[in-house]
Design a protein around this ligand. Structure first.
Ligand SMILES: C[S@@+](CC[C@H](N)C(=O)[O-])C[C@H]1O[C@@H](n2cnc3c(N)ncnc32)[C@H](O)[C@@H]1O
Length: 180
């Protein structure tokens, strides 16, 4: 086997291992690490910017590849931004991507096990299953905290604002809730 063959084999093994790990974690997390579309990210930022908040803590639940975390950090440079991500590949990618940003913490933790009540802003792009299960944690947020959910509403909660972004096939809703 030549050096070229060995390198080729290692690359193929790494790619297939990456795919296998991603599939295993997709099943475990009940969602793929599909990133928020750039237009949706821009809408989220515009909705938050309009609130004129000065948050201390923000969390992105299921931060995937870190796209939203970086945008949040740009909008609120002095704030602490935490991203929870359970799947190893997106976790390491977002960790690397944010390694030069101060006060950004990417954690490989299950957000259902974490106390998120000290956050002034919570963002997420998850699924109806996750939104339902998150309800008790979201109910514990301080009064005035903002929750922004891309695509999926929180059942029985009334959003203060709903915006729509044109996606590839459908209009994508973005829901904003303010805790009373
Ligand atoms: C659709 S992606 C979110 C995209 C991301 N917010 C962005 O900025 O593009 C959803 C992510 O949530 C993660 N996830 C799902 N359940 C989780 C849990 N209980 N704890 C931590 N991460 C979770 C998945 O692994 C997946 O990467």
């Amino acid at each position: 086997m030549s050096v070229f063959d060995s390198i080729y084999s290692i690359i193929v093994i790494l790619i297939f291992s990456g795919i296998a790990i991603s599939l295993i974690y997709e099943k475990k997390a009940r969602i793929s690490p599909t990133p928020v579309l750039p237009a949706v990210r821009a809408k989220v930022m515009a909705m938050l910017d309009a609130q004129k908040m000065t948050p201390d803590n923000i969390v992105d639940l299921g931060c995937g590849w870190g796209g939203l975390v970086l945008k949040l950090k740009r909008l609120y440079p002095v704030c602490k931004v935490t991203g929870f991500e359970i799947s190893p590949l997106p976790f390491w990618f977002s960790r690397l991507r944010t390694s030069l940003s101060s006060r950004v913490h990417i954690m490989r933790k299950n957000f259902f096990d974490k106390d998120i009540s000290n956050n002034d802003i919570v963002t997420c792009y998850l699924s109806p299953y996750h939104m339902e299960k998150l309800k008790p944690q979201l109910e514990n947020l301080k009064s005035g905290s903002v929750v922004i959910s891309c695509s999926f509403p929180i059942k029985d909660w009334i959003p203060v604002q709903t915006e729509y972004v044109r996606g590839i096939f459908v209009m994508i809703p973005v829901f904003m809730y303010i805790i009373k």
